[in-house]
Design a protein around this ligand. Sequence first.
Ligand code: ADP
Length: 178
Amino acid sequence: LEAKEEFDHSSLAVDVMRPRRSDPALAMLTQEGMTVGEVEALVESTHYSGFPVVVSQESQRLVGFVLRRDLLISIDNARKRQEGVVSASHVVFTEHAPPQAEDGPAPPLRLRGILDLSPFTVTDHTPMDITVDIFRKLGLRQCLVTHNGRLLGIITKKDILKHMAQIANRDPDSILFN
Ligand code: ADP
């Protein structure tokens, strides 16, 4: 993101984030309650570089962010090396695994280690010029968008560049080139 490209001050995070109203819902994982097979199916049905992890579908509270690459590598390694990891195994991102019944299913696959526990977030009403500034200064690839503590969407660096290009086409005077 070039420093000379400035945003029209009226753009907000909610104007740039995905999903758009017509898009499929945000692809996210829950910190517990999903199986290895379900996680693989979700990851393989999309091309996204990463996935937010939430406490539960009901709460939509953000726990962290996991990269597609790290998920696939970890699951692949676990399937090869870790006794008893199969499609039906549970995946947990929590600190403490749920208690295991002695005759219960195999232990879960624990993936907290690959979770970014402090992904950058902004609220839906954060002005884009501030968000772009943070992207530049922190060298971010993506940031998550929340509303009242609930996860709403995601903004990638490419989303910002596309939005800038759109504004430039629509209204050249709204961008300050200096
Ligand atoms: P890039 O924007 O660099 O291509 P991605 O491939 O991760 O990065 O994202 C492609 C598009 O999908 C972007 O518009 C982004 O906002 C959106 N996106 C990224 N991750 C998710 C996700 N987990 N669920 C829904 N949409 C996503």
